[in-house]
Design a protein around this ligand. Structure first.
Ligand code: ASP
Length: 371
């Protein structure tokens, strides 16, 4: 019985070997030349994708593969990130730049301006698309800033990881590969800046971090993802109707700073120390992450109305996380702006950019209704 099975196995091996030999492509220099009709067309040129690295957990390193918190973000260089994913070169010709190497809690307006200017310069040339590697903590702010300041329809994608590069099942390498494949895809043009992790393509305006630890932390909440990355190709189901990139009115090309805007949080029985401190520093704008529909407590309302009279632009946002903040008659009376459905951290970005153009609260409201 044993001998019969062995014989059958040998026979099938011989059969498989002869079939694969017959199917094997002709080796160069082989006797029979390929007929011209069946010659392969030359491969289309690969897209040119620039990876601009800024640090974060995707570049993080821990003492062991099982350490998933308490590691050091921003340790690996962009060259090391690329070396960890050899198949990147199958999808694009890669160029790399290290813009910063920080924990994204240390992201600054300076770095945003540097990043946006560099991306605009690259995309004005022969670069097909850009990937920004970034910590996840403030990535939603950076991607929205780029959405409003990049002057090209070419794809701009931010990407990060929730597990450090040294971790068992690190999520960074596949996220990076998917980000590069989307940045190099014609299909991804004109969609605004995007944030890609876990095979999910999020639009810059809606995406937000929702979980402190899990890889599937980024969500676009009520509006949903723009699409998925399937087999390393973007598949889109919807697009943002809010203006972005080539249609945005903001020009940062000659700016080296932005007007100062601070955020204050609303909560039951909030004291006035923080708010008074902010107003005393005389910022150009204040965003309030108010309770519910951006509601201000009686205690907050009075100093904020006085601040608005002094010319500080006050925007009511909400700490809730989804849904628009709606205007009411008190906003007209006080000269306040409402954030629509932008969360407070994104409302701050839009307000900083709006204030580079206007201090007129009606015009600032128009900007919030547009982007
Ligand atoms: N603290 C890290 C950062 O934002 C977290 C991460 O990247 O996931 O840089």
């Amino acid at each position: 019985m044993k001998n019969t099975s062995f014989l059958l196995l040998c026979l099938s091996c011989v059969l498989i070997l002869s079939i694969s030999a017959a199917a094997a492509p002709q080796q160069p220099g082989a006797a029979t030349p390929q007929p011209a009709a069946t010659a392969q067309p030359p491969k289309a040129a690969k897209p040119k994708v620039s990876i601009l690295a800024t640090g974060g957990t995707i570049a993080g390193s821990a003492a062991s593969a099982t350490q998933l918190t308490g590691y050091k973000p921003g340790e690996l260089t962009v060259e090391q990130l690329i070396a960890a994913v050899p198949s990147l070169k199958d999808f694009a010709d890669i160029a790399a730049e290290q813009i910063a190497n920080i924990d994204s809690s240390d992201m600054t307006v300076d770095i945003w301006l540097k990043l946006a200017k560099r991306i605009n310069a690259l995309l004005a040339g022969d670069t097909s698309g850009v990937v920004v590697t970034h910590g996840t903590d403030t990535q939603e702010e950076t991607v929205y800033f780029l959405n409003l300041t990049i002057k090209s329809p070419k794809p701009v994608v931010t990407v990060g990881a929730m597990r450090p590069a040294t971790a068992l099942s690190a999520d960074g390498p596949l996220n990076l590969l998917q980000a590069v494949s989307v940045a190099g895809s014609d299909n991804a043009r004109g969609k605004g800046a995007m944030l890609i992790m876990n095979g999910q393509i999020n639009g810059a305006r809606e995406v937000t971090k929702t979980n402190t630890l899990q890889p599937e932390t980024f969500r676009s909440n009520d509006m949903g993802f723009l699409g998925y990355v399937v087999n390393n190709k973007p598949v889109f189901y919807r697009g943002s109707l809010r203006k972005h990139t080539t249609e945005a009115e903001f020009d940062i090309s000659k700016l080296d700073r932005l007007p100062k805007v601070e955020i204050i949080y609303g909560y039951a029985d909030a004291g006035l120390e923080a708010l008074n401190g902010i107003i005393a520093a005389n910022p150009a704008g204040i965003v309030v992450a108010g309770v519910g529909n951006g509601t201000l407590s009686g205690a907050y309302r009075k100093p904020l109305e006085e601040a608005a009279k002094k010319g500080i632009v006050v925007v009511r946002a909400s700490r809730v996380g989804t849904g628009p903040v709606t205007r009411d008659s008190t906003d007209d009376a006080a000269g306040f702006v409402v954030s629509d459905s932008l969360n407070a951290q994104k409302a701050r970005i839009l307000l900083m950019l709006a204030l580079t153009k206007t201090k007129d609260v009606k015009d600032v409201q128009r900007i919030f209704d547009t982007y």
